[in-house]
Design a protein around this ligand. Structure first.
Ligand code: EPZ
Length: 430
């Protein structure tokens, strides 16, 4: 049996939705608790499978994890004894690479198998390894794709990233917080979760300045202590519901957000004809007529986020006119195109650009989630389409969206889980 998500399209989304803590902030903050060698209480943690995988790795290293409620964790890393994370634990997600920086920063050694995660093309971690080496670590690749890092002592230095990398920026901070002296990270990523990580580390006693700009200064400290922290709201989850509201001609108040983090998404939605009103910790999105065509180019924050590219493309697939979407971060993030074509979309991919010719409407069809955000995009397509859409491989979606069916249902969507006999299994059973 496999579980799918089924959506019957045509209902405008109406009402309020509360955004959860950011997946990509929790992804680096939870491993960062290793640096505290004490107890941390982390609030507003999204209940998603990437968090489950991360906690499994922490426990495998000897940390004590207590669930105080669905979204609040107490993590005690004082009893931590291991510094090896094997493939069976790292294969589920890309963010397992943060255990390299955290273990190296705490113990001066780390052995972590290459990460898994969404297939968005080649996703090397050479910039992470470069940062560790520049801080004085010896970095090797052992058998079973284990990356090993070891350092007698980590010494602050100047690190310049040729490519803006969220993961490498965060990992460099994790390894540098207890190094001797100052580390200056140049051409750093500025995503909200980079700022959230820096603020969390400072709450643990680190000395980090400049997060959110392209130069981050880390002055090493000898010891870090536990603290209590609340994870920043997820700007990509928020953007997904904003686009869904516009795409269904709805009227939705998206709550528990930081509007500043959503500026590029709000701007593109306004350009496509939606109304976006900003409040202190909420935005309202009102979609009315058919969206207007517009061009999108994904860029590092504060540019338009690559993690919103598939969702925006689905909105524009029914726009008046032709839209041009340029993916400048990853080299294969158009895997949603084939699935959307099954619903009647007309999209041509030419290298880093997808040319989206607006059609009148989409039609429901059986589709699959090829990665986390492509899966979210298929959900939005189903909400817009005439008829029923059934989405397979929903485990991708559940990696990054807490209570996604319940949240959409509360907004009036006709959406439900579908238990489906696995046809192949039935055939094989004869
Ligand atoms: C993080 O991935 C996010 N994942 C991704 O979110 C997000 O799409 C991406 O940042 C960009 O914002 C997590 O935070 C767990 P990068 P990451 O390093 O760190 C190249 C989602 O949907 N690069 O910023 O892997 C890389 O190939 C996921 O939530 C190197 O060349 O992204 C890419 O082209 C998907 N060498 C570019 O840099 C390296 O060592 C940006 O990647 C590292 C990256």
């Amino acid at each position: 049996m496999q579980t799918k998500i089924a959506v019957r399209g045509g209902n405008p989304l109406l009402g309020n939705v509360r955004i959860s803590g950011a997946k990509n902030a929790a992804a680096c903050i939870l491993p960062a608790t290793i640096l505290a060698a004490g107890k941390c209480t982390i609030e507003n943690v999204p209940a998603i499978s990437d968090v489950t995988y991360t906690l499994r790795i922490l426990e495998s290293l000897g940390a004590k994890v207590r669930l105080l409620d669905k979204n609040t964790l107490e993590i005690d890393t004082a009893p931590l004894h291991g510094h090896t994370v094997t493939h069976d634990l790292t294969r589920h997600m890309r963010a397992s690479y943060y255990f390299l920086g955290a273990l190296l920063g705490r113990f001066g050694q780390a052995r972590v198998a290459m990460p898994g995660g969404c297939n968005l093309g080649v996703r090397p971690i050479d910039l992470h390894e470069k940062a560790f080496a520049m801080l004085g670590a010896t970095v090797d690749t052992e058998e079973n794709a284990i990356i090993s890092c070891s350092a007698e002592k980590l010494v602050g230095t100047q690190i310049y990233f040729d490519v803006v990398s969220v993961g490498a920026t965060a990992n460099a901070m994790l390894a540098a917080v207890r190094a001797d002296g100052r580390t200056q990270i140049e051409n750093a990523a500025k995503e909200p979760h980079i700022v959230d990580l820096a603020n969390f580390l400072n709450a643990m006693g680190a000395n980090i300045r400049g997060a959110g700009t392209d130069t981050i200064r880390v002055d090493g400290v000898p010891q870090l202590h536990g603290c209590t922290w609340s994870v920043v709201p997820d700007q990509i989850e928020a953007g997904t519901y904003m686009v869904a509201a516009a795409a269904t001609g709805g009227n939705v108040l998206v709550e528990n957000v930081t509007p500043k983090h959503l500026e590029s998404i709000s701007a593109k939605l306004r350009e496509s004809g939606a109304l976006v009103e900003e409040y202190d910790d909420a935005v309202r999105v009102i979609g009315h007529s058919r969206p207007h065509k517009c061009s999108v180019k994904t860029m590092p924050h504060p540019g338009f986020p690559t993690d919103m590219q598939p969702q925006m493309a689905v909105l524009l697939s029914v726009a008046t006119g032709t839209s041009y979407i340029t993916e400048s971060i990853f080299d294969n993030r158009f895997r949603w195109v084939d699935q959307l074509a099954r619903m009647g979309a007309v999209v041509k991919v030419d290298g880093k650009m997808a040319v989206v010719e607006g059609v009148e409407s989409l039609m429901g069809a059986p589709v699959q989630a090829d990665d986390l955000r492509a899966g979210a995009a298929m959900l939005i397509a189903g909400l817009m389409a005439l008829g029923q859409t059934e989405i397979e491989h929903i485990e991708y979606i559940e990696r990054g969206y807490e209570n996604v069916v319940e949240k959409f249902k509360a907004l009036g969507a006709d959406i439900f889980y579908l238990q489906d006999a696995d046809e192949d299994a039935v055939l094989l059973a004869g």
